[in-house]
Design a protein around this ligand. Structure first.
Ligand SMILES: [Zn+2]
Length: 420
């Protein structure tokens, strides 16, 4: 089976043809004469390797309204609603809801997802449902599962063991939530325990770290130190890190250096954090985002996640990483001409680095033929228009196609593009 994509615009502006054979790119050149079983005419549209969703609570997706709605929209009511729902969930229910979100994601070009499975409390349905999902959708989408102790591991008897049990069940990453432990001391203990488990079971780490507006929440520096001590550079991710939005400049600059030297990945989740952080402030209110722009400048890898989709914390969402990148762009001041394509890299290649899948990712001869063709010619236009993904290609096969909508005004087409 072969496929050729013609006149595809790369992020660097070059126009190329791409030939895929047996699921891999075999030639990428200005013009390829070969015939192929399937031909896609990109006609100058932008292409990138797949979008990567680095942080998604797939076990909770599509549960909004069950058993009741989050009336206030706050984090704490969301946690309470989720706590009421959790005991009743089944593996089948988790699997089916998560599979539906994978369908939405792939249809919009996201072919890599890091999911979080809540492992706090007695119900194993969340982790079992997502592990089944990972294995069953593997041809369509690469899913990694993180064991996420939503309630911490020291607040309730048995939760520390449940986290380790999830590793035995086969999760890809060990998670944590140190700022949510009853005391800072227990939070420190949790970080160290997460690193010990990762080392013992040879897994990656993805911790919800400092997801608060409290500037004294500083577990990220502990993660950086442990990353060096345990020799896990490149395999450790800290997600959310919203307290960084409240760190003063001196401490921030020290932290940036620590993070770069440790080789930690940072994941920004713009949807929930734009609504949850700063909520208790009087005006002026803080933004509550990790310092994405400054971290990139310091040489730290930053990527993005959808985090929440129609769940107890967020009643909206439709699994589009372009929209997530656009929202993050606004909240982190990434609006310069060169910064706009960098935001798209945060949603694509930087995400692949976070997941540790770089060897099987990218538009290069020999790599898997995965590709997104946007219905727009440039990164700026993609982030401005959030255009349909005209074609999505997985392993050399077109798996999703979208026919763009057509708008007319008094019979004349309206394109939302500047006149040529
Ligand atoms: Zn999260």
């Amino acid at each position: 089976m072969s496929l050729v994509v013609r006149n595809a615009r790369l992020l660097d502006g070059r126009l190329v043809d791409l030939l895929a054979e047996d699921g891999r790119w075999t030639r990428i050149d200005e013009s390829i004469a070969a015939d192929a079983a399937r031909e896609v005419e990109a006609d100058g549209r932008l292409v990138t390797p797949p979008l990567v969703d680095c942080h998604l609570h797939l076990d909770a997706s599509l549960t909004a309204g069950k058993p009741r709605w989050n009336e206030s929209g706050t984090l704490i009511e969301g946690i309470h609603v989720w706590g009421e729902l959790k005991p009743s969930l089944t593996e089948q229910d988790v699997f089916e809801r998560a599979r539906e979100i994978v369908r939405w994601s792939v249809a919009q070009g996201t072919l890599f997802i890091r999911a979080h499975a809540d492992v706090s409390g007695e119900n194993e349905a969340m982790v079992r449902g997502l592990l089944r999902l990972r294995d069953e959708v593997a041809d369509l989408c690469t899913v990694q599962v993180t064991a996420f102790p939503q309630d911490g591991i020291f607040a309730r008897d048995g939760d520390e063991e449940r986290l380790e049990n999830a590793l035995r069940l086969g999760v890809d990453c060990v998670g944590g939530i140190p700022h949510y432990e009853p005391t800072a001391e227990l939070g420190l203990k949790e970080v160290h325990r997460v690193f010990e488990l990762a080392k013992q079971y040879s897994r990656r780490i993805d911790v919800h770290c400092d997801e608060t507006d409290d500037p004294s929440s500083r577990f990220l520096e502990v993660m950086a130190d442990d990353t060096v001590k345990f020799g896990l550079g490149g395999r450790v991710t800290a997600s959310h890190c919203t307290a960084m939005g409240s760190y003063e400049p001196y401490y921030s600059s020290k932290l940036h250096g620590f993070l770069r030297r440790a080789g930690i990945n940072i994941v920004v989740n713009p949807y929930a954090n734009s609504l949850i952080q700063g909520r208790l402030d009087v005006y002026p209110k803080r933004r509550g985002f990790a310092q994405l722009k400054e971290l990139l400048a310091a040489g730290v890898n930053v990527s993005l996640g959808n985090d929440v989709i129609m769940d107890p914390w967020y009643l909206m969402g439709r699994a589009d990483m372009v929209e997530a990148a656009s929202l993050a762009l606004h909240f982190t001041y990434m609006s310069g001409l060169e910064e706009i394509p960098e935001m798209l890299r945060c949603a694509t290649e930087r995400g692949a680095r976070t997941l540790g899948v770089e060897d099987e990712y990218g538009i290069e001869e020999g790599k898997p033929a995965d590709l997104v063709v946007y219905d727009a010619p440039s990164a700026l236009e993609v982030l401005r228009l959030h255009p349909p993904r005209r074609w999505v290609i997985r392993r050399g096969r077109v798996v999703a196609e979208t026919t763009p909508a057509r708008t007319t005004l008094l019979g004349e087409p309206v394109t939302f593009a500047p006149p040529l």
